[in-house]
Design a protein around this ligand. Structure first.
Ligand SMILES: [Zn+2]
Ligand SMILES: [Zn+2]
Ligand SMILES: [Zn+2]
Length: 89
């Protein structure tokens, strides 16, 4: 992923973050079980760019903008917006 960072306030999609936790243990499309990404719009869980990039595929299918890493930490280690193509800080 590119490493651009923007302020959280600059991302108009933050309000679409509804779900920030999941018990899922693997990508729902390919069974990859590491470096999972949680879609905060719908709570579905997919693998990352270094596996089969199913999180990006989900964004292209649904336009759900924001993903976070799973398992989620407190505070979140990062937040990624697909539309802004940037980490939010
Ligand atoms: Zn955004
Ligand atoms: Zn996958
Ligand atoms: Zn989604």
């Amino acid at each position: 992923m590119p490493s651009q960072k923007i302020k959280k306030e600059s991302c108009p999609h933050v309000g679409e973050m509804k779900i920030t936790t999941s018990d899922a243990k693997k990508c729902e499309k390919c069974d990859v079980a590491t470096n999972l990404r949680l879609c905060t719009s719908c709570g579905r869980v997919f693998c990352c760019q270094s596996h089969n990039a199913h999180n990006e595929e989900h964004f292209k299918e649904t336009n759900h903008p924001i993903i976070i890493p799973l398992p989620t930490g407190t505070p979140l280690s990062w937040i990624w917006c697909w539309i802004d193509k940037a980490y939010l800080e």
